[in-house]
Design a protein around this ligand. Structure first.
Ligand SMILES: O=P(O)(O)OC[C@H]1O[C@H](OP(=O)(O)OP(=O)(O)O)[C@H](O)[C@@H]1O
Ligand SMILES: O=c1cc[nH]c(=O)[nH]1
Length: 176
């Protein structure tokens, strides 16, 4: 039997993203050198939402870029490995906040860091995740977290965003 339980609704998600925007502002002492980099797929939408919050709070726009981390994954067949820098990722000298929906093993973030390094030398790279579900396989930790969610290895965290999925929410799915 499949058990699906909701752990965040649209209001909880909105509040978490607002708090994260304030934390990003505080940590970076403003927005002047900041750039948000959303990891495809839902990280991009979350980065755009955080950018909108930052604009609301500070009245200043923040660049919001997109990164496809897949070419830099460590579980690719060698023949598919792409050494080219990701397109349109101007991070040189910037304070980069990498944004993703779920942080689990950390392998997607590691791949994204590889892409960022290939694009240029950022001043600093920070990590924001809507959900940290634990079970890291690499020494990666988030700087800004929407919600820490202890999970079992066999469970799955599903994030839905209205722009992509038609509704907002986070669920844990387990097989029983
Ligand atoms: O920490 P990890 O173990 O790497 O897992 C986290 C990643 O897994 C999911 O991406 P997925 O590969 O499902 O792609 P999607 O975002 O396009 O759905 C999620 O969006 C994170 O990017
Ligand atoms: O549970 C998980 C693990 C990785 N990525 C997700 O989106 N959910």
């Amino acid at each position: 039997m499949v058990n699906k339980s909701q752990i965040m609704d649209d209001a909880a998600m909105r509040r978490s993203l607002t708090r994260m925007a304030h934390e990003i502002l505080e940590r970076n002492k403003g927005l002047d050198n900041l750039v948000l980099v959303g990891i495809l797929t839902r990280g991009v939408t979350l980065a755009q939402r955080i950018a909108a919050k930052l604009q609301e709070i500070e009245g200043q726009s923040v660049p919001c870029l997109t990164l496809d981390a897949r070419p830099f994954r460590d579980d690719l067949d060698d023949r598919n490995v792409n050494d080219a820098p990701p397109p349109d990722l101007d991070v040189r000298g910037r304070n980069v906040v990498l944004v993703d929906d779920v942080l689990y093993t950390g392998r997607t973030v590691r791949a994204a860091l590889d892409g960022i390094m290939k694009a240029g030398r950022a001043q600093v790279v920070q990590l924001a995740a809507l959900v940290d579900r634990g079970h890291r396989e690499l020494p990666i930790r988030p700087d800004f977290v929407g919600k820490n969610v202890p999970t079992g290895r066999t469970e799955e965290v599903i994030v839905k965003l209205s722009e992509v999925d038609g509704e907002d929410g986070v669920w844990i799915v387990s097989q029983r």
